[in-house]
Write a protein that binds this ligand. Structure first.
Ligand code: RNT
Ligand code: ZN
Length: 425
């Protein structure tokens, strides 16, 4: 067992931290109130390596790969929900769930993806309602015989395009059902893997086809109180190194022209390109953004989120820009080499810690220095902020929210692993 800090220590440390921040003009109580209102959308697919329940042990394809074989992955929807319950219990606040269509529960019947209906998600709705989770949704245009060519909505084969168009439309309706049933708009994300491994001769036609397919998918207007659509770009993937149809320019243009949300996945750009710098630009032209907070490492776009400079920069941009209502924060990473529930917990706690750091900035003072051209003091202040007792505020928040403080959450993970995960063969 890890040694837990006592409640008195946590409260005393918070009282001191509160004073230090107050001296900078920052109200820590208010920051925590704000933080408690911000939902993070946890991605269900970290729990079973993007497997879903369509086919037992189905192969992941279309440029996504999960490495590792840590024991105990969820094999059924009930197991996945139990694992999610455990993860949420170790994360402060009330959060959302991002589901993929391949997590449908069809009672053992094979339902083609273009025939998925809200009733295939009724257990998810009941669970979400009981646990106060809003639900977001994703079309699943991968790991499927009709995606084996590497092309879906941009395929030259009309029947393949048609299948994925129907699937995407079905998903929008399921999304609206989540939104209506749970009283909170569902963000339905559209990502397709379409692209070429090697140098194409025609970059134009697949993009025209993708645009046409999207136009058909979004032709029906759905009340934004129930469903909002988002489109996600990628620079390259495994097997689509030379050309991805749905590039950033493609979807930025599409989102602006068609009033849909833009999804920015932090692992989907050139390794030196960061999404933190994109928010203030794209939010001039699109109403809302969905984030897939992730961590790119070399060629992999989906490592577990750590408290990196870029994660902090993303949250700073959201808070400093006043974008909390316009940016939906979702996660997208998958690691099968460590305990999968811990991966959720570590990544989500980091997203929240970065948000808290951003909420604790003396933003007015920082801005004044910049406007006055005092870049010396700006740099000095930014660097000094890194030494502020932020950890004491975070620990107090965890205490307040009734979740483990600090590293002690690992005890719960270990117990769950011994009692539940190790029994799964
Ligand atoms: C893939 C995209 C996409 C997926 C999930 C599973 O590169 O990031 O968002 O990771 O839909
Ligand atoms: Zn993504």
């Amino acid at each position: 067992m890890t040694t837990k800090p006592t409640e008195k220590h946590i409260r005393d440390a918070y009282a001191l931290a509160r004073e230090r921040y107050a001296a900078l003009g920052v109200d820590t109580d208010k920051a925590l109130e704000t933080l408690a209102q911000i939902p993070i959308s946890l991605h269900c697919w970290q729990g079973d390596d993007v497997g879903g329940f369509e086919t037992p042990g189905g192969e992941l394809g279309s440029g996504m790969a999960v490495t590792g074989n840590y024991p105990g992955k969820a094999r059924t929807a009930d197991e996945l929900r139990a694992d999610l319950d455990k993860a949420y219990s170790l994360i402060p606040g009330t959060h959302r769930l991002s589901l993929h269509s391949i997590y449908a529960e069809t009672g053992g019947r094979r339902v083609p993806r273009n025939e998925l209906r809200p009733e295939h998600f009724s257990a998810w709705v009941d669970w979400a309602r009981a646990n106060h989770h809003g639900v977001d949704f994703n079309t699943s245009c991968f790991s499927h015989p009709l995606a084996a060519s590497g092309f879906t909505l941009a395929s030259y084969d009309k029947s393949i395009r048609q299948f994925w168009i129907e699937h995407s439309i079905a998903c929008r309706h399921i999304g609206a059902h989540f939104g209506r049933s749970l009283g909170s708009p569902c963000i339905t994300n559209h990502w397709v893997p379409d692209g070429f491994k090697d140098i194409p001769v025609d970059r134009k036609t697949p993009r025209l086809l993708l645009k046409e397919s999207l136009d058909t998918i979004f032709a029906e207007k759905i009340d934004p109180r129930y469903n909002r659509d988002a489109v996600e770009s990628k620079l390259f993937g495994l097997g689509s190194e030379c050309y991805v149809v749905g590039s950033h320019e493609f979807y930025l243009g599409y989102a602006v022209a068609n009033n849909v949300l833009l999804t920015l996945d932090s692992g989907h750009f050139h390794p030196t390109e960061v999404i933190s710098d994109k928010l203030s630009s794209v939010l001039l032209y699109v109403d809302e953004v969905l984030l897939h907070v992730s961590r790119g490492v070399r060629w992999d776009s989906d490592h577990v989120v750590i408290l990196s400079d870029e994660l902090q920069a993303i949250m700073q941009e959201i808070v400093r820009g006043g974008f909390l209502q316009r940016v939906h924060i979702g996660l997208d990473f998958f690691d099968a080499s460590i305990n999968r529930i811990a991966a959720w917990v570590i990544g989500t706690r980091n997203a929240l810690r970065a948000l808290l750091l951003a909420l604790l900035e003396p933003i007015d003072q920082m801005r004044q220095l910049e406007i006055a051209g005092d870049y010396t003091a700006r740099l000095a202040l930014l660097e000094e902020l890194k030494g502020m007792p932020f950890g004491a505020v975070w620990d107090f928040y965890c205490l307040q929210q009734g979740v483990p403080v600090g590293f002690s959450f690992i005890d719960d993970i270990r117990t769950y692993e011994a009692q539940v995960l190790s029994r799964r063969s």
